[in-house]
Ligand binder design. Structure first.
Ligand SMILES: Cc1cc2nc3c(=O)[nH]c(=O)nc-3n(C[C@H](O)[C@H](O)[C@H](O)COP(=O)(O)OP(=O)(O)OC[C@H]3O[C@@H](n4cnc5c(N)ncnc54)[C@H](O)[C@@H]3O)c2cc1C
Length: 384
């Protein structure tokens, strides 16, 4: 497969690459230690327009395709996972529900400030009792006059403490559930009855602050149903569309991490001398590097193809799942080999491969575990 980005995009990719190397690399350890994304990184992401890469220009975004966005993410994801999580949650599952299914009024009201980075959106689906089985949610929304009253607890919601806008999935018909009984709402920070609960300390992705979001008699107007009253009960479909696209953009991030891990391993193997020669001269090390390079190439081919099909409007559910399951497992293999090549040095906190190794593990779980991706793929394979 031959693929060449446009000259303009190549220039933009170079700008993102420089931003990562000049601004992000020096604060990698600080992010890991403090669990906070420094304000200058956040501002830099805003200045680059990265909060609205795929948001159409009429709503203040860059209006780029998913494939272009994936290429950008490959560059941005060569540093701490939480840096790209600032923009991917927002660009993706956080605000895509509004973009895909929102009314024109909702798009005009919310998308410009989300695309500029002035505000951030989070996606609240998972609950303590509903992870892979997302249709098992128990958060309810009950109609009361012209409002809806939301009650329930969401769990592991990325960037929740920083978010100004939440896409919230709630049960509006307990019998119908995924088939017409779940509705997507826009809930703004500061709405009475919405509070942020526990902020979880995760193994990796440090700084993305997955948290509980609690709704206690949280009242929102009917106008906050994504797509308006005609979309009552249609929220599960909206959520699945967001997650489908998210599987491609997540895969792009994984490829970026893997490329960084391979580069770290290669550079270290060339300078680390044992038995009187650089360890890179041993076939055992060379084969690990070769396997990682091959793994990354395979993932890239899958992603470029799947993202191109997505942009062309084809039905790509299975392709998105194949790309995600392969890329997430590829990333774990590549970071594991890279750490092995680093020896003890790679196991020490100051080594970037140490956090890349921890960050990598998350991707086999979030936005649909590997098992769930395989269920989706198998469903496609088995259909007549
Ligand atoms: C860091 C982090 C950030 C997150 N951010 C968000 C967010 O922003 N918004 C949001 O809504 N959610 C978020 N999540 C939640 C995430 O999407 C869920 O953790 C994920 O979907 C898995 O759900 P679970 O953790 O409840 O695992 P479970 O569903 O309990 O699964 C446990 C295990 O059982 C397996 N399993 C379950 N069902 C089956 C089956 N039928 N067949 C075979 N195996 C099965 C799973 O694959 C897994 O291995 C986040 C999670 C993490 C860790």
């Amino acid at each position: 497969m031959f693929f060449e980005p446009s000259a303009e995009l190549k220039q933009f990719l170079e700008t993102v690459r420089k931003f990562v190397e000049k601004e992000c690399y020096p604060v990698e350890m600080e992010i890991e230690e403090k669990g906070e994304i420094p304000e200058n990184i956040y501002k830099g992401l805003c200045q680059l327009g990265l909060f609205g890469v795929t948001t159409p220009t009429e709503y203040g975004g860059l209006g780029l395709s998913i494939l272009d966005y994936c290429l950008i993410l490959m560059e941005l994801s060569k540093t701490n996972a939480a840096v790209r999580a600032q923009i991917t949650t927002n660009n993706g599952i956080g605000c895509k529900g509004i973009l895909f299914d929102g009314t024109e009024e909702q798009k005009k009201k919310y998308l410009p400030s989300l695309a500029s980075g002035e505000k951030m959106a989070s996606f609240a689906l998972t609950e303590p009792g509903a992870g892979s089985d997302a249709a098992a949610i128990s958060t309810t929304a009950v109609k009361n006059g012209n409002d809806w009253v939301i009650n329930g607890t969401k769990y592991f919601i990325t960037n929740a403490p920083r978010a100004s806008v939440f896409t919230v999935l709630a049960l509006t018909d307990k019998e119908k559930r995924a088939r017409g009984g779940i509705t997507a709402f826009i809930v703004e920070k500061g709405t009475p009855g919405l509070t942020i609960g526990k902020i979880f300390k995760a193994m990796g992705n440090v700084g993305s602050k997955p948290a509980e979001v609690i709704f206690e008699n949280c009242r929102v107007p009917e106008g906050n149903i994504i797509g308006g009253p005609k979309m009552v009960g249609q929220g599960f479909r909206t959520a699945m569309k967001c997650l489908n696209e998210g599987r491609l953009t997540l895969s792009a991030s994984m490829i970026g991490f893997a490329e960084r891990a391979l580069k770290l391993a290669r550079d270290y193997a060339k300078i680390r001398v044992q038995f009187g020669k650089p360890i890179a001269e041993n076939q055992a090390i060379q084969w690990m590097l070769a396997d990682s390079a091959t793994d990354i190439y395979a993932s890239k081919c899958m992603l470029i193809d799947a993202a191109s099909c997505f942009d062309a409007g084809q039905k790509v559910d299975a392709l998105c799942s194949m790309t995600k399951v392969f890329a997430s497992e590829m990333l774990c293999r590549v970071t594991d080999r890279s750490l092995q090549i680093h020896g003890g040095t790679g196991y020490i906190k100051e080594a970037p491969i140490e956090h890349l190794y921890r960050d990598a593990r998350m991707f086999r779980i979030v936005e649909g575990t590997s098992e769930i991706q395989r269920m989706i793929i198998a469903r496609d394979v088995l259909k007549d």
